[in-house]
Design a binder for this molecule. Structure first.
Ligand SMILES: *Cc1c(COP(=O)(O)O)cnc(C)c1O
Length: 433
């Protein structure tokens, strides 16, 4: 039999053999999409007060989902080890140049796949490989696990000492100075993860300078406030700073910005790629480039002002309801409430979750530094949904009553209804795929 035209794959047979490349998400994965839809519904019906949570703008989510998900340019813009990267170079340079301008950085890397990964890379780049000494802000007081915690790779094989807060909840600069003089750290690292007040980064800079340490500031939680001019910017005087891309910056999760003095640039680039990661994620970097323009808009600064006002109002509501706050209040989007020791952490998550109030059960230091049960709230997601200060304050009072009723109280149906109505009255913008 001679070769007939029918045996040559036509476009349509080719198409049907590989049709999963053209199926949409529902056609391709109906079971998973149904779960995604269910999660979206759950999110809309609840009050997300996770301090690190925000809702990424639709446009940024669209950019992350473009064909750039397939691209994997190795190396840095202009120095790729793969051809056809001209547009990717232009995009990455936009992200870098915009980030430099906004935060006043000499050097920026945008390739780290998360802020935790960025911290691992930075510490590898700026600490000696052996005998490294790191002075950090204590995790219980509000620092981050990636700041040298023993259960984290950043704490492995390094001498790590930490400073905490005074009895009033201020960062204890005297303790930091004493410890710095004693241990002569190579790096002084601080940044808030569960600390609601502004950290005196300039004060830490003086201490670092006195003992010849590098200053590494982690602004993952407050970068959006900094961009809006509501928080002092430590980037220009820090040797290195890192930030995540969500939290107050309101971008999609994952990705990071590393800001540094020029002299650390090459070491940090190499520590990220190839030291820790594969090639750049161009889809994420493209969204970061757009995000860096977005946060310069007046509407973003207004959002950040509303975020802080709502956090203060929510905290005031909690206090009116008899709940004590770690540090006595907030300067940011974050509120840390002491919940009373009758609650265990799982009971807190379930108890507040039963009313649709979502946040993080944690611990925070009490007056004498002892660990107390606490719950971390944030105001970014609710503010994006349009909550005003009266609503935030009311919510604070409702939450206070749930907390004071204790873990064994049964659900108050009227309160549950009021909180559901509050969620329904504030749809999440463009919350569809
Ligand atoms: C959230 C956070 C990080 C980690 O950010 P990811 O991008 O989620 O890894 C790092 N540092 C601090 C201070 C944080 O609060």
């Amino acid at each position: 039999m001679s070769l007939s035209a029918g045996s040559i794959p036509t476009h349509s047979t080719h198409h049907s053999r590989h049709n999963f490349f053209e199926a949409d998400s529902r056609q391709l994965g109906a079971d998973v999409v149904a779960l995604i839809d269910q999660d979206r519904k759950r999110e809309m019906q609840s009050l997300n007060m996770i301090a690190s949570a925000s809702y990424a703008p639709l446009g940024l989510r669209q950019i992350e989902g473009t064909h750039l998900v397939n691209r994997a340019p190795m190396g840095l813009p202009g120095r790729r080890s793969v051809a056809n990267s001209e547009e990717l170079d232009a995009i990455e340079n936009l992200a870098i140049d915009r980030a430099k301008a906004i935060f006043g950085a000499e050097y920026v890397n945008v390739q780290a796949l998360s802020s935790t990964i960025a911290n691992v890379a930075v510490l590898r780049a700026i600490l000696p490989p052996d005998g490294a000494r790191l002075l950090t802000f204590d995790e219980l007081a509000g620092g981050h696990v990636s700041h040298g915690a023993m259960r984290h790779i950043t704490g492995a094989n390094r001498e790590v000492v930490s400073f905490g807060v005074t009895s009033t909840g201020a960062v204890d600069l005297d303790q930091a100075r004493d410890l710095a003089r004693k241990m002569r750290p190579h790096v002084l690292l601080a940044g808030p993860s569960s600390y609601p007040r502004e950290i005196d980064f300039a004060g830490l800079k003086n201490i670092a300078d006195e003992v010849g340490a590098l200053l590494f500031t982690d602004i993952a939680h407050v970068a959006g406030l900094i961009a809006a001019g509501l928080h002092a910017n430590p980037v220009p005087f820090s040797d290195v700073s890192t930030t995540s891309t969500q939290k107050t910056l309101c971008g999609p999760r994952n990705g990071a910005f590393v800001f540094a003095k020029e002299r650390f640039g090459a070491a940090i680039d190499a520590a990220v790629y190839p030291g820790l990661q594969g090639p750049a994620a161009s889809n994420m970097i493209a969204a970061r480039a757009v995000q860096m323009e977005m946060i310069t808009r007046p509407a973003f600064a207004q959002l950040m002002r509303d975020v802080v006002a709502n956090a203060k109002a929510f905290g005031a509501g909690l206090e009116e309801g008899g709940i004590e706050l770690y540090t006595g209040g907030t300067d940011s989007h974050m509120i840390m409430a002491y919940t009373g020791e009758s609650w265990t952490q799982p009971e807190l998550v379930a108890g507040l979750g039963g009313y649709g109030v979502i946040g993080n059960a944690m611990r925070a230091p009490g007056q004498a530094g002892e660990p107390r049960t606490a719950f971390r709230f944030g105001s970014v997601a609710l503010t994006i949904r349009g909550f005003d200060i009266a609503e935030a304050r009311t919510l604070g009072r409702e939450v206070a009553e749930i907390l004071r009723a204790g873990p064994s109280a049964s659900v108050d149906r009227a309160r549950l209804r009021r909180l559901k109505d509050l969620a329904d009255a504030h749809p999440i913008p463009s919350f569809v795929d």
